[in-house]
Ligand binder design. Structure first.
Ligand code: ADP
Length: 333
């Protein structure tokens, strides 16, 4: 079921260039939607418009649910440091003049779900990062919010804690089944957490889809380059950009017509696999290889890019060209 619809939404700050233009998006109840894109592409602006913190310049946002209670969860969780967890959660309800019995029941219900019953008497500085996040969510949940917005929520955590928190947030979202809209510039967060990813570029939506759809079927060279770690390799071929992912490249001894000479630079060992760094036509190239394979700096190899694993893009527009058109043009050559 749809929870909100965004139609032709645009935002211009102080009559300058458009920060956001022609955004059309339907968001489903209970989905984990990730807005991803490079810094300045308009992700936070879109989130703030949904939160009602900014006015749109054009277009509209329609809410389909009865309750419009939206909760924004900030990077630093914004907990009151002098209050206990219980008081932090009670605060928004006291503001609404709930009775203390009603507040107590609500906090009990929510802290059960979030498994924070044992933390209710602690102050924020006695909590771990993960616990703080759960409390911040709890404070939003007591208000019965049904849409949770996160702006770079994990950005200032170290790598280990970040991946643990990703997992916590994801399992929490699956348990409470509320709509999460999550902004990040980190493609790994997008890939690992999203039911659907919205890839943004220069104030517009480039592509919407599941992580798998977007990874396997990028519509543009921008999306192909942005999603995937390490990134897709690219070569120029006349009016096309030819892309191939590091895991799709074969190293061959056979000299076929359509092979690419590769000059080895170094190997990056990662335990489960290695990445072989080098160049094709003087362009940096990366190949995923099994750890058993070893090559020396300066060695020449031949690469085979299986046809069905290739991605072709129009060099001027960046739009994906279907492989069928590539075959046709080859035959007519
Ligand atoms: P992102 O979250 O993807 O980094 P933002 O939504 O913050 O991008 O910004 C999109 C564009 O709007 C940027 O060019 C930015 O400089 C501009 N912008 C954002 N907020 C303001 C503001 N309050 N006033 C003027 N320009 C802004």
């Amino acid at each position: 079921m749809k929870i909100l619809t965004i139609q032709r939404l645009g935002k211009q700050y102080q009559k300058r260039e458009w920060a956001l233009r022609n955004i059309n998006l339907e968001i489903q109840e209970g989905e984990f939607l990730v807005l991803v894109g490079p810094s300045g592409c308009g992700k936070s602006t879109l989130l703030r418009l949904i939160a009602g913190l900014e006015e749109s310049t054009e277009g509209k946002i329609l809410f389909h649910s009865q309750s419009r209670d939206i909760a924004m969860v900030f990077q630093n969780y914004a907990l009151y440091p002098h209050m206990t967890v219980y008081e932090n959660m009670a605060f928004p309800l006291k503001v609404k003049s709930w009775t203390s019995q009603k507040i107590q029941n609500k906090i009990k219900e929510i802290s059960d779900v979030l498994e924070i019953e044992d933390l209710l008497q602690r102050k924020p500085d006695e909590l771990s990062g993960g616990q703080k996040q759960r409390v911040a969510l709890g404070r939003a949940m007591v208000r019965e919010a049904n849409i949770f917005l996160f702006d770079e929520a994990l950005a200032n955590l170290d790598a280990n804690l970040r991946s643990q928190m990703r997992y916590e947030l994801l399992s929490l979202q699956k348990r409470i089944q509320k709509t999460f809209i999550y902004v990040t510039h980190d493609q790994i967060e997008a890939m690992t957490m999203a039911d659907r990813i919205v890839v943004m570029k220069e104030g517009q939506i480039e592509q919407i889809g599941s992580p798998k759809e977007i990874y396997l079927n990028p519509k543009t060279s921008f999306v192909a380059h942005f999603l995937g770690n390490p990134a897709m390799n690219f070569l120029t071929r006349g009016e096309y950009l030819l892309g191939i992912r590091p895991e799709d490249i074969l190293i061959t001894v056979e000299k076929k017509k359509d092979c690419f000479p590769f000059l080895v630079e170094f190997t990056e060992f990662l335990g489960t696999h290695s990445y072989l760094h080098g160049t094709v036509e003087n362009i940096p190239f990366l190949i995923k290889i099994p750890i058993q394979q070893e090559y020396k700096k300066g060695q020449s190899l031949l690469l085979d890019f299986p046809f069905t694993k290739r991605y072709y893009f129009d060099i001027t527009t960046g739009q994906r060209i279907p492989l069928s058109r590539i075959t046709e043009s080859k035959e007519s050559d």
